[in-house]
Design a protein around this ligand. Sequence first.
Ligand code: 4NP
Length: 156
Amino acid sequence: MQQPAVLFVCLGNICRSPLAEAAFRAECQRVGLSAKVDSAGTGHWHIGAPPDRRAQTVAARHGIDISSYRGRQVEDADFNQFTHIIALDDFNLLDLRKLQPVDATAELSLLLDHVPDRAGEPVADPYYGDSSGFDTTWRDVTEGAQGLAAALLARG
Ligand code: 4NP
């Protein structure tokens, strides 16, 4: 199969999708899956910005440095340059369906669709909450990353 290319998408690209990118990169390394990995936001507010401090802290607590990540916005070319575009919640998925060019080849799905018994669940936005929300986000993106990597490996 073509090497998977996976883009994680949330609203701001400073909380959930950078954490999903980090968790998935780590999971790919753990299971020996070779993939291109990136993240982006549907919104434009944080283009060029590093991840939210609280996201950096939770990633660092799990041994991953995401301080060099920078926010970017989804663009048309992503729909052909990635094989899988993974939305963190259903608003993101709806926005992606609206942005999707007619000749798009990427498969769109929700991250937690790849976790048995969690299909259709969103990864909640932790931005307006306190830092404990980021622990929940980390747990969710880790489960999603494991399920997605397993599915891609199984596809061969
Ligand atoms: P994210 O969280 O989509 O997980 O990166 C948010 C970050 C920023 C904003 C909203 C959500 N914002 O409105 O600026």
